[in-house]
Design a protein around this ligand. Structure first.
Ligand code: NDP
Ligand code: MG
Length: 394
């Protein structure tokens, strides 16, 4: 029986994970859950899965909810609540499925305890990948299993081969809702239009990121950090059918791809069962006769600037990826609240990067050095958010 703690259980990834567990109660036990604003759904989940501990942001709500459910031994709230649970509670696997850089501290605490981290929260690797990798070197028993579908595909395509034989990583992209459109077509995009994704049903933030292709940019940095591959050896290719989830090209010219129907339950389940593969009734099988037309094309990097901005941030390194991420997080929030236009998202990221002089990390070998560097990242993250808000929040 594997004990699972789900950060962000009320979100899209969290709900998919619970559906997998619902179908396999003999193999998995939900020990912890976390929500943020969707308290009603969190309560339903507590009733159904009877976890021992949960996180909710609101302190007053925490005090009342613990009275309501007998199963609950601990309800954490406020700023450090997620990290406190990751640090102190009992679990085998932590699924980090909150959205945004808020997931960093809990991941750090889980690594320190040599846990398995099923990592959906890509912003953690983008903003703090260097520190996370340094921490993993101090805790070789801890393991990150990627949940992002592209990274799960790359991770699987690397199994059984030698790292030094890799030529390049090829990340596939659906191309987003606005594939084929030009800058002049994007000036009046509404929130409703941007929230329609052709292939994947996801949370609002990542759906907007997909429409700007910033998501693909975040994934390029995430791949660089997870697989230690140079940016020049990471390629993005648009594949609108989203059946090939990503590929690895080896030196002999052979390409290993991972395919499947576009359903996040597949990579989530693999992160629970790694290195094994398991049948789950909630996952379907690919019928190749229905996918006879798989196409690949170059992304339009001029219109969708998210990819190039990410390569730039990644290659500069240091704190620049954290700035790219923080500026984007605030920009997406402002767009969702109809405070800015769609194309302002690129403007905000570009401006934040231009105004930031990257801080390179000091040696990253001891826990103290890593923690100092994490403090620097958090400082840069906060100042970037404050600056963007001050200028654009009307
Ligand atoms: P959702 O927006 O659907 O869910 C986010 C979850 O995080 C919810 O449980 C939400 O709580 C919680 N949350 C939001 N803000 C905070 C906060 N400040 N403090 C604590 N909890 C918070 O996101 P997704 O499930 O779509 O994505 C989650 C992560 O997984 C992201 O990093 C995303 O990039 C990544 N990912 C998602 C994929 C997908 O298919 N959805 C695919 C690949 C990666 P509440 O709802 O109660 O407010
Ligand atoms: Mg992805």
């Amino acid at each position: 029986m594997k004990k699972i703690f789900i950060l962000g259980s009320t979100g899209s990834i969290g709900q998919n994970a619970l559906e997998l567990i619902r179908n396999n109660r003999d193999k998995y036990k939900v020990v912890g859950l976390s929500g943020y604003k969707n308290i009603e759904l969190l309560k339903e989940q507590i009733k159904e899965f009877e976890p021992s501990y949960i996180y909710i942001a609101d302190k007053n709500m925490a005090d009342t909810i613990i009275q309501e459910f007998d199963c609950l031994k601990c309800v954490a709230s406020e700023n450090n609540g997620l990290a406190d649970l990751a640090k102190n509670m009992d679990y085998d696997i932590i699924l980090t499925a909150v959205s945004g850089a808020i997931g960093i501290d809990a991941t750090v605490e889980a690594i320190k305890r040599n846990k398995i981290i099923a990592l959906a929260n890509k912003e953690t690797m983008v903003a703090a990948g260097t520190c996370i990798n340094a921490l993993l070197r101090l805790h070789p028993e801890a393991k990150i299993i990627p949940v992002d579908s592209e990274h799960s595909a790359i991770f699987q395509s690397l199994q059984g081969f030698r790292k030094e034989d890799v030529n390049k990583i090829i990340i596939t992209a659906s191309g987003g809702t606005f594939r084929g459109k030009k800058t002049e077509d994007l000036t009046k995009i509404t929130v409703k239009e941007a929230l329609k994704h052709p292939n994947w049903s996801m949370g609002k933030k990542i759906t907007i990121d997909s429409s700007t292709l910033v998501n693909k940019g975040l994934e390029v940095i995430e791949a660089h950090e997870l697989f230690n591959v140079d940016y020049d050896n990471i390629e993005v290719v648009v594949h609108p059918q989203s059946v090939v989830h990503s590929m690895v090209e080896y030196k002999d010219g052979s390409v290993i791809a991972q395919m499947g129907i576009p359903d996040m339950k597949t990579p989530i389940l693999y992160s629970f069962t790694y290195p094994e593969k398991e049948f789950n009734t909630s996952i379907g099988f690919l019928d190749f006769r229905k996918f006879s037309n798989l196409t690949f094309e170059e992304p339009d990097r001029e219109t969708f600037k998210g990819i190039n901005l990410a390569y730039k941030a990644g290659k500069i390194g240091g704190t620049m990826p954290a700035v790219f991420n923080a500026a984007n997080e605030v920009a997406v929030e402002l767009f969702l609240n109809e405070k800015i236009k769609f194309l302002d998202i690129y403007k905000i990221i570009e401006e934040a990067m231009n105004e930031h002089e990257t801080i390179n990390f000091t040696a990253n070998n001891t826990l103290e050095e890593i923690e100092n560097n994490l403090t620097t990242i958090k400082f840069v993250d906060k100042t970037t958010r404050d600056k963007v808000r001050k200028k654009w929040e009307k």
